[in-house]
Design a protein around this ligand. Structure first.
Ligand code: ASP
Length: 445
């Protein structure tokens, strides 16, 4: 690990306007180890504002389908960047860049190309403002023919390139395909770029700067003022992100994970806050609570299947999963009993296919009974602290029982890192509240 290098990624709200740019520059320049910066495109300046990325998608769609009518949004996008340049007092013109972009839009360069210009242009401005070199991500971040991110090739080329530059800006969100065309990650993907850059330079730490002071133990839309999470492991975070915690893109962990580079979530608007530290292992840090976090999602559906003697029927589970595979549906959980099996799937994925799947399962395993149960919410109660603690499950279920919430499903992974509970969508908020209360509000011994 290189103790002199920190990679810093700044999200869209951190770079939404000139005053935010000033805060960002102050943060970066305050520490010489912050050598490589990864910007997002300008985000929302206020609640009703539109992110530049969304403006670019809308603009491109108009340019592609109608060849005209796009000019108004194009002008607005241009003005946002020009406003930032002017207010920062930079001697920089993006005129030529915008001409090229317009030409490429009309030549149907693709939606990914269009969206990527948000970070590309912001990168040029940030580099100029900081006096850093600018590296176009299309030259150093690669996807393979199938559109899958190519980590080994990227680490080599990007690592070589940055080893020759003391300070550089690498725009987030995109890279290139083998034919040279631009490809983006999924939305929020600048987090992934930051992680890739940290890996390529073997950074001491990857600082991910956003507009909140890290992860919270529970969703603030459900719980008033939940306590922050100070330290969390990659594995715990993976469980929580999958279940809806959205501060960091869920794929941002992979590039740094194998190298053991910690990620520090920090707040651009409150830089002195400690934020959340995401680490490979936290065995030496006693967590403040048995649970590290609770997250959850609504909108699941259970396929309940019953058949006498199912347990002894070889290949029963395989046949059911095969039906799902053939219908292009992935399952979330698979709790089973002696003569029953439940497959939990995302409700949306069943869209228009439910009838067919039930029929296919009937044909495949001839069940005694099969039914769909809709409107299920899943809650993941996650924490490395569970491993050394007895009675965690008992506390969860006592709390739910006390709140008169009916538990529809339970699943505890063998890692003893999480307990997943299925409840009715209507009980979701209440379930989160009572679990939070029992672990966090009640003083633990
Ligand atoms: N600008 C892109 C988005 O809005 C990527 C990012 O901000 O991470 O999704």
């Amino acid at each position: 690990m290189n103790n002199d290098i920190r990679v810093v990624k700044f999200g869209g709200s951190s770079l939404a306007d000139a005053s935010q740019f000033k805060k960002v520059a102050e943060i970066i320049l305050a520490d010489k180890r912050r050598r490589y910066a990864v910007p997002s495109a300008p985000g929302k300046r206020f609640k009703e504002d539109t992110k530049v990325t969304d403006m670019l998608y809308a603009c491109y769609d108009l340019a592609e389908s109608e060849n005209s009518g796009y000019e108004k949004i194009f002008k607005e996008i241009k003005e946002r960047y020009e406003g930032i340049i002017e207010e920062l007092g930079l001697d920089l013109s993006l005129e030529e860049e915008f001409k090229k972009i317009e030409k490429n839009f009309l030549a149907k360069a693709g939606r990914d190309y269009a969206a990527s210009r948000g970070e590309y242009l912001n990168g040029i401005i940030l580099a100029k403002y900081l006096g850093f070199d600018f590296v176009d991500s299309a030259e150093v971040i690669f996807f393979n023919e199938k559109g899958i991110f190519d980590l080994p090739r990227t680490v080599k080329v990007l690592g070589d390139r940055l080893s020759k530059l003391s300070f550089a800006v690498v725009p987030g969100f995109y890279g290139s395909m083998p034919d040279g065309s631009v490809k983006t990650f999924s939305r929020g993907g600048s987090d992934i770029t930051g992680s890739i850059v940290a890996r390529a330079v073997n950074a001491e730490i990857y600082e991910n700067w956003t507009d909140v002071s890290g992860f919270l133990v529970a969703d603030p839309r459900v719980i008033d003022n939940p306590v922050p999470i100070t330290t969390i492991t990659y594995k715990e975070l993976r469980e929580l992100s999958y279940m809806g915690a959205t501060v960091l893109h869920e794929d941002a962990i992979f590039p740094v994970r194998t190298a053991g580079i910690p990620i520090n979530i920090k707040n651009t608007n409150a830089p002195e806050d400690r934020g959340t530290m995401i680490v490979a292992s936290a065995d030496d840090i006693i967590p403040p609570y048995t649970i590290t976090g609770i997250a959850g999602k609504k909108g699941f559906c259970a396929i309940n299947i019953e058949k006498d003697m199912m347990n002894s029927e070889l290949g029963f589970g395989r046949k059911i999963l095969e039906v799902l595979e053939n219908n292009n549906i992935s399952f979330e959980h698979l709790p089973s009993g002696i003569d029953t099996m439940t497959v939990l799937v995302n409700e949306n994925s069943l869209n228009g296919k439910a009838e067919r799947i039930l029929n296919d399962i009937k044909n495949a395993v001839n069940p005694d009974h099969i039914e769909l149960e809709h409107n299920i919410a899943l809650l993941a109660i996650v924490g490395r602290g569970m491993r050394r603690q007895r009675g965690t499950a008992a506390r969860v279920f006592a709390a739910l029982a006390h709140a008169r919430i009916n538990v529809k499903m339970i699943d505890q992974g063998s890692s003893e890192l999480n307990i997943i509970v299925g409840v009715s969508d209507n009980d979701f908020e209440e379930a989160m509240k009572c679990i939070y209360a029992i672990f966090v509000d009640t003083v633990e011994e």
